[in-house]
Design a protein around this ligand. Structure first.
Ligand code: ADP
Ligand code: ZN
Ligand code: ZN
Length: 753
């Protein structure tokens, strides 16, 4: 089991009694721990901490220096003493992770069958992975100088940005990341510094703690909201874990429920951990929490420097931050006084990490809530079938918000049968007609098309040749603005050819409408109405997404075009017409989750319409208006749809009615990838409760030049699956075929691509 760098070893009976050995989890892709000798030289001992379980230690491994975690002390090793290397410096006097988190991480390593060392490393902020001290470093702070006190509004008539910054700094000092969070312009900062009105100082923060201070008033709750807040407040007063599915239609005031349920927690001096999907973590989300509570808020987002991230992590750990908001990986933030976990948009796929350590932050949040005896709220308008099943079995409590907050009314639904219409650039006549009506009335329309770029393929009009990425065997997407072809699977780029590679014809045409083309078409068809496109290409630069979203919300563009990005949680009060142009692909997909995703997407996109007092209309263009799934969704809504989808999963014995694990392999030669899974399939056969399906080609059989195969494990009982995998793991790891192909194990896989 325990080995060092694969060296052969002999049994020893610990002749050298005064040598102390530690066992270390290292960030390497091996399911084992490693033994090291504590440095015996007393001179260096003086500079180092006593070993404790959970502290980091530097060690050398395969000619590299790594930072690992001590998992046991004074172990006896199976290895000859002279084969065991000396450990380097111990970096922490205390365990790095508080006990509950340490246990959660062990659980996660077990549950996801992932090396403990990699899990621990994943959970630590980058600075700590590199071996920095887990201590506060100095942080730059900007504050007003004496001279700034005399400034008056009329001096800044021409510099409103500067005036806004000046006023913000009147209340307190700001760090660089806080300035960014609140969108203050760097040039305004520079100008004020040059005028001697703002000074900066590097300070090591002092630990002051925090006390509850209310900010802006909340809304008066409607009866359903009040019921939800009361139930959650009771739950937070108890010291036991519980999970609450807050199922509220879009715009029903779920966030308002979180905010008011947080009051009692914060008043008791306890912390709230808030998890949001990547896209939701815009400055507006953070601003909403800051506005409501005048307590320290830490936002852990991708724009932070390593130092800022470490600082946020420490503040959370030491209860210096009252509210911690972050994406998926924030589930691993230590909180010494945790009182409540909120996970917004629980159905969102971004809570599942899709590579490396493939964990699901939502599922780990459930575990953490029980371990730490705090309530967890899972909020969404479109619950995952997993969460609905957990409500039905009584594991989760259910709270419902069935009406929109304020005066907002629900949207009406219309289906356009494309078999009866002529399509012009993806738009039907009747949709175009409706758009004109809404635009003429001074409202906004939102078109949803989940395909970025100009066109999904470039084709020869004479011979049918299609420009394909040779490494993925999939058509290139045409990007007109960047003047190239791009492979959306591997990132490859090519110049747009002038001639067909097969017959030399110059008659190349595009196929399949993308958002870029839609923007062009609409600008031509409706020249009076400016178009804003929001997709990954139009929001690549930092701050662009936030700027686009606020322009969209402010009604600056009558026509909005968006991909998946626009489906999530944003409020566009003037949008009265939402149209989904092309979602038919999901109706006949081989992925059993495709229907659930379509239901969620449709409902979420529909939720962008008619948020204020203006009633909205949702239009769906389809070739299959009779499809039972669409019928249920459009006529009865997501709740009924999801419950019948769940019934279907149960009949088919699919998750959540069963458990799955997926083994993926890939190699430059197809046979290497396939043979590895064939061997694995043989190792894994034979358990009566675990079915092994495959190997089969992946739905995308080739990507970036590598051939891809899958092996699916299916079990009615989760326990069987896990025990079986655990029992056979070392056999899998030592298969000779594994040297020729890469493989990975995905527990509770979310996508099968
Ligand atoms: P959700 O999170 O469910 O999408 P929000 O909490 O963001 O909904 O609320 C949608 C809008 O309704 C927001 O503008 C919010 O300020 C407002 N709102 C929420 N609750 C109430 C209420 N009880 N009365 C009036 N307006 C409310
Ligand atoms: Zn051709
Ligand atoms: Zn490719």
């Amino acid at each position: 089991m325990v080995n060092i760098e694969g060296l052969k070893y002999q049994q020893t009976n610990g002749k050298d009694n005064d040598v102390r050995l530690i066992r270390v989890a290292l960030p390497v892709p091996m399911m084992r721990l490693f033994d090291y000798r504590l440095a015996d030289d007393t001179a260096s001992m003086a500079a180092q901490y006593e070993p404790v379980v959970g502290a980091r230690v530097r060690v050398s491994f395969a000619n590299r220096e790594l930072v690992g975690f001590i998992t046991a002390i004074d172990v006896t090793s199976d290895f000859a003493a002279d084969k065991i290397k000396a450990a380097g410096k111990i970096l922490d006097a205390q365990p790095l992770f508080p006990a509950p988190l340490w246990h959660l991480l062990h659980f996660a390593a077990q549950y996801y069958h992932h090396p403990l060392g990699e899990v621990l490393q994943h959970a630590a902020p980058a600075a700590l992975r590199k071996g920095d001290l887990a201590d506060y470093q100095s942080v730059r702070q900007y504050q007003l100088t004496e001279a700034a006190q005399a400034c008056a509004a009329e001096d800044f008539k021409r510099a409103p940005q500067q005036w806004r910054l000046l006023n913000a700094l009147r209340t307190r000092a700001y760090t660089p990341s806080e300035l960014r969070d609140e969108d203050f312009s760097p040039s305004a900062l520079k100008a004020l510094q040059d005028k001697g009105l703002i000074a900066s100082e590097d300070v090591v923060p002092t630990l002051t703690g925090w006390s509850f201070q209310a900010g802006a008033e909340g809304h008066d709750l409607n009866p359903e909201q009040a019921l939800a807040v009361a139930a959650l407040s009771q739950a937070t007063a108890k010291s036991s874990g519980s999970v609450w599915l807050l199922e509220g239609v879009t715009g029903s005031g779920k966030t308002e429920v979180y905010l008011q349920a947080m009051v009692a927690v914060l008043k008791a001096g306890k912390q709230v951990l808030v998890l949001v999907p990547e896209i939701g973590l815009t400055p507006q989300t953070v601003a909403r929490f800051k506005e409501r509570f005048h307590v320290p808020v830490v936002a852990l987002h991708s724009g932070l420097s390593d130092g800022e991230r470490l600082q946020g992590w420490l503040q959370a750990r030491d209860n210096e931050a009252a509210i911690i908001i972050g994406t998926r990986s924030a589930i691993f933030t230590p909180c010494s006084a945790l009182g409540l976990i909120v996970l917004d948009e629980e159905h969102d796929n971004s809570f599942k990490q899709q590579d490396g350590f493939r964990y699901n932050a939502r599922d780990l949040a459930v575990k953490r809530a029980y371990d730490q005896k705090v309530p967890l709220v899972l909020g969404t308008a479109t619950p995952s079938l997993e969460s609905i099943a957990n409500v039905e079995s009584g594991r989760y409590h259910h709270l419902q918000l069935s009406i929109r907050a304020g005066n907002a009314s629900m949207a009406k639904h219309r289906v356009i049968d494309l078999k009866l219409e002529r399509l012009k650039h993806g738009l039907s006549e009747s949709l175009l007609g409706r758009m004109k009506q809404h635009l003429e009335a001074g409202n906004q329309v939102l078109l949803f098309l989940n395909r970025r770029g100009f066109a999904s393929a470039l084709m020869c009009h004479e011979c049918g040749w299609v420009g394909e990425c040779a490494r993925c065997e999939r058509p290139f997407t045409v990007h007109q603005q960047q003047h190239n072809l791009q492979c959306h699977h591997c990132g490859a780029e090519r110049a747009i050819p002038r001639q067909c590679h097969a017959c030399g014809s110059t008659q190349l045409i595009t196929q399949g409408l993308g958002t870029e083309q839609l923007e062009e078409v609409l600008t031509e068809a409706l020249p009076d109405y400016p178009v804003l496109r929001i997709d990954r290409d139009s929001t690549r630069k930092k701050g662009q997404l936030a700027a686009h979203l606020s322009a969209a919300a402010a009604g600056e563009y009558p026509i909005l075009i968006g991909t998946q990005m626009l489906a999530k949680g944003h409020h566009f009060p003037n949008v009265t017409l939402v149209a989904l142009l092309d979602v038919d692909g999901a109706l006949y997909s081989s992925d059993f989750r495709a229907a659930e995703r379509l239901g969620q997407l449709y409902t979420q996109v529909a939720g962008r319409a008619g948020r204020a007092s203006k009633p909205g209309v949702v239009v769906l263009q389809t070739h299959h208006p009779e499809h039972p799934l669409l019928q249920e969704l459009v006529n009865n809504g997501y709740q009924d749809f999801a419950r019948s989808a769940l019934a279907e999963r149960r009949t088919a014995m699919l998750p959540p009615a069963a458990s799955m694990a997926l083994i993926r392999s890939e190699a430059t030669h197809a046979s290497d990838a396939e043979q590895l899974l064939q061997a694995m399939s043989q190792v894994l056969q034979g358990h009566p409760g675990v079915h092994v399906l495959g190997p089969m080609s992946a739905p995308m059989p080739r990507r970036a030049g590598r051939y891809r195969f899958q092996l699916l494990l299916h079990a009615a009982a989760r326990k069987d699956l896990h025990e079986h995998l655990r029992a056979r793991r070392s056999e899998l790891d030592s298969l000779p075929q594994a040297r020729k192909a890469r493989w990975s194990l995905d527990i509770d896989p979310q996508d099968f691509v």
